[in-house]
Design a binder for this molecule. Structure first.
Ligand SMILES: [Zn+2]
Length: 113
């Protein structure tokens, strides 16, 4: 069944039902039913699909990787603890070299090579 409602993003196109691949943190989660704007491509997952996506993301251990950590002092440098879930996701291990790259005054990116 086609929906004749206008796209909330561009206000030009109408939506059509499609199966759309969903990628989360670089991992392909699967293909899910969504409404896609014919004009701009805006994609809305329906609530049943959103529930499935959330389940799949949790099953793959990708849920809630954002974490809070405290800065501690080690010698002359500061140390930030990385929680185990992130260590596993990034395949980090002791002794591995990473690149620290400031994004702005509030953001630090850690690149694992
Ligand atoms: Zn649109």
């Amino acid at each position: 069944m086609e929906q004749k409602i206008r796209c909330t993003s561009c206000n030009m196109g109408t939506y059509e039902k499609k199966k759309v691949p969903y990628v989360f943190l670089g991992e392909n989660i699967g293909t899910f039913a969504a409404l896609v704007c014919k004009h701009c491509g805006e994609t809305l997952f329906e609530s049943a699909a959103s529930d499935k996506i959330e389940m799949e993301v949790k099953r793959k251990g990708l849920w809630g990787l954002r974490a809070r950590s405290k800065v501690s002092e080690v010698g002359n440098a500061l140390d930030v603890r990385i929680p185990k879930s992130l260590v596993q996701f990034l395949s980090l291990e002791k002794g591995k070299e990473v690149i620290l790259e400031p994004i702005d005054k509030n953001k630090l990116q850690i690149i694992v090579e």
